[in-house]
Structures are given as C-alpha cells and as structure tokens.
Design a protein around this ligand. Structure first.
Ligand SMILES: [Zn+2]
Length: 319
C-alpha cells in the first residue's frame, strides 16, 4: 500500500526513542564487496544476475574520435584510460528447471574475474543442479566457465544450447588458423570449453526465432560475433530481453551507438544491430539485461536528444 501523508505521520508517532548505543572506536575493515547476486522476477520466473567480476577496458578499443570518447567518459565521472567493465551472467529458475545463461570466465582472464562459481554458491545453487546452459555467444567471458578452474565439466547435468553459426565459427580449426595471432586464444578457449559437452552429446544447436526452452526465445543479433544471440524471456505477460553484448560501455555506446568494439567480428554489422535493438526496446519498453552493463545491468533504453539513454532499474529489496 502506498504511504500517504497521514499514515506516515501515524507511523512516525508510533516510534519510541532508543537509548544511546555504546560507540565503537575501532572495527576491522571488511575489504571485500558483498556477493554479486541480484534477483528479479519476470512473471513466474526468478532471474538471478550473477557477477563474474570486472575487467578494465581501455576506451581505445572503441572506434570513433578519442576526444569525444574522453568527454563522454569524463561527464559520466569515469576514468578516461581504463573503464571498469562488469561481466554478468543470469540464472533463471523457471519453477521446473534451472537455466544458466552464459558462464563467465573461469580462470582464463584477469584475477578480477572468475567469480561466477563463487557467486552461484552464494546464491545457494549447486552447479550440478543446472539443467541447461544457454550461450549468447562463444567469446571467452561467456563460454570459459563451462569448465572449472581445473578444467573439469562445471555443469555435469546440463545440456548446452548455442547458436549453430557461432558454434561452427568458434570451433573451426580452419577459421582459427587464418585468424590473427591475438584472436587465436579466443578459438582455443571456446573449443576447449565446449568439447567435453560435445563429446558427451550434450550440445544442442539453436537458431534465430527458436523457443530454446519454454519461455526462452532466441533472437539473432549478429555483428559482435557471427551468431551472437539475445534471449527474450517471457512468463505470465512479463518479458526480459537478455541482450548479451549489445553494449560494452554504457557511457559511450548509448549516446553514440556508432562506436564499435575492436573485438566485434563484423564492426559495421555490430553497429547496425545495436541501433536496431535499441529501437526495438525503446518501442517495446521491454526491460533489458546486459552482460557488460554495470552490475546488475538491468534497465530500460530511452531515446535521448542525441542518441539513446540507459535508465538502470532501481534496486528492488523484495521480489
Ligand atoms: Zn562479452
């Protein structure tokens, strides 16, 4: 019930004065953040955003004029040389099954990453309880967590769902051989992470428009990778668009969606896709969830006087 002025005054009168508490001169510093776990209801689904940690991205990896980028970052009170960038995954409890969307980095990246498994435990979920893993694409920060840090299968009871074109691309030894040296580890990590699942016949291909599982529709959004896929969750009239890597830096790419990322497989296509998806979610007013939006990365997109604006969803203390 919304609090009215009269009810508020009544509640305030009911309060009693507390005796003064003893003050503590000293307490140990905590030195750590609370668990990276945030829950949100989508109809009957309970979505838990899990943090894998963060990565410092140099703004130079975005296209466009550097002076303009520095201005945008500065006006967002961000450093202009290395921007802390979240890596998020999503656990969806449908009531019937536990579905994990993306898996984080395991231990293939920076020490500030690889925290998904710890946060999954903090969320009270045993990895063996996961029924399905859906990958938005096969970059290391989304696929590497299929394996534990000692290279064992992380989700022994899960079937892995991945876009067929993305799978063929990232597991192809021919394409990997022709890739530039700095991109070769991307192929090795992707192929290595999914191999034990493929060997056990636990990989299923998905295509644009497929209902991967009840309430999970795959929507192709190519450019960042060849088969980059978003997932539209729908339950009891509520929707959430898990858009994966449509945005890597909110301060730069909402106002100026033309700024592509050096890691995009096809930069012009990634830009076209980003604008198309922005226009779609502005028109739909659907809530979005981003892998690299500041944790927990849930919000809406609006049209701004120049470009677009990101409106993060306020913290919800109750579900
Ligand atoms: Zn990513």
């Amino acid at each position: 019930m919304p609090i009215t002025r009269r009810a508020f005054a009544f509640a305030a009168l009911g309060g009693t004065l507390l005796p003064a508490l003893p003050t503590f001169a000293k307490a140990p510093f905590t030195g750590t953040q609370a668990a990276g776990v945030y829950r949100h209801k989508v109809g009957a689904f309970e979505v838990t955003v899990l943090s894998d940690g963060w990565l410092a991205l140099d703004p130079k990896i975005f296209t466009g004029d550097p002076e303009g980028a520095a201005k945008l970052l500065d006006s967002a009170f961000l450093p202009t040389n290395a921007v802390a960038t979240s890596v998020n995954e999503w656990l969806v409890n449908t009531g019937d099954r536990l579905v994990l969307v993306d898996t984080g980095t395991s231990n293939v990246y920076a020490p500030t990453l690889g925290r998904m498994a710890t946060n999954l435990t903090a969320a009270g979920v045993d990895p063996s309880a996961i029924d399905a893993v859906i990958l938005t694409h096969m970059h290391p920060d989304h696929v590497a967590g299929l394996l534990t840090t000692d290279k064992k299968v992380a989700f022994p009871n899960a079937t892995v769902h991945v876009n067929d074109v993305d799978y063929k691309f990232w597991t192809s030894t021919e394409i990997a051989a022709k890739a530039p040296d700095e991109a070769k580890p991307f192929f090795d990590i992707a192929r290595g992470a999914i191999k034990p699942y493929a060997d056990a016949s636990k990989v299923m291909m998905l295509k644009d428009g497929d209902e991967v599982l009840p309430g999970f529709t795959a929507l192709l959004a190519p450019g960042h990778t060849v088969g980059h896929t978003m997932l539209r969750l729908s339950s009891k009239g509520s929707d959430l668009l898990i858009w994966g890597d449509i945005v890597h830096n909110a301060a730069l790419q909402f106002p100026e969606p033309d700024r592509a990322l050096a890691f995009d497989t096809d930069l012009p296509m990634a830009v076209t896709t980003r604008k198309r998806v922005f226009d779609m979610v502005v028109a739909d007013k659907v809530m979005i969830a981003g892998a690299h939006l500041p944790f927990p990365g849930l919000g809406h997109v609006a049209k701004a006087s120049a470009g677009y604006a990101y409106i993060p969803t306020p913290w919800g203390a109750d579900l």
